[in-house]
Design a protein. Structure first.
Length: 202
């Protein structure tokens, strides 16, 4: 069995490439190596015609981060407010990956005899809204439907290109749109509001 043996530069050991005992149909198999070095984490891949090239895993999950809001939070003004616990400073490991942000928002809203009870929430990246529609709203709406209450778990997701490997801050913010005349409570039962951030290759 033939092999190619390379001696280490310092003389301390060798590295070998060894041919199989036989090839399919005793064929000659001349592999063509890539013309340049690949990137970190890539591997050699054949095109089925004896040409080898560098490739990256597709669909591979590179990292996953998770945060959750563990306590109840009451919104008492119409100002946009950070949702406690739903903030993460995220650094992509690849400049050509996708980032998916998804999670659940646990909310309760109620109105009075003159107010509807209305809350809004949205995602931000580095202080700017990132979802294509500016905000999601929870509540009983407008018109004559005042004094009503709404509650539940509301799910969201968003995908974007990583666009580089610089750190960015993802967070959720919320707003009581009825001032103090309508109750707006996050995590009314002390749980159910969370966010995942996945980075993956396509």
């Amino acid at each position: 069995m033939s092999e190619i043996k390379l001696t280490a530069d310092s003389g301390g050991g060798t590295v070998s490439l060894k041919a199989p005992a036989t090839t399919t149909s005793n064929a000659a198999v001349p592999f063509v190596l890539p013309v340049a070095d690949g990137s970190a984490g890539q591997y050699l891949k054949t095109d089925g015609s004896k040409n080898l090239g560098w490739s990256s895993d597709s669909g591979k999950l590179l990292q996953r981060k998770y945060v959750s809001a563990g306590s109840q939070q009451t919104l008492s003004t119409t100002s946009w407010t950070d949702v406690t616990g739903i903030t993460y400073d995220f650094t992509p490991v690849s400049a050509s990956s996708k980032i998916m942000i998804y999670g659940c928002f646990n909310a309760y809203v109620s109105g009075t005899t003159s107010y509807h009870g209305l809350m809004a929430y949205k995602l931000q990246k580095d202080g700017s809204s990132i979802n294509s529609h500016a905000e999601w709203k929870i509540g009983s709406g407008y018109g004559s439907n005042t004094g009503a209450a709404s509650q539940g778990q509301f799910y969201y997701s968003y995908v974007e290109d990583s666009g580089g490997t610089s750190e960015r801050t993802y967070k959720m913010i919320a707003q009581n749109q009825e001032t103090t005349n309508g109750a707006a409570i996050i995590n009314i039962y002390g749980g159910g509001t969370w966010m995942f951030i996945d980075e993956y290759l396509t």
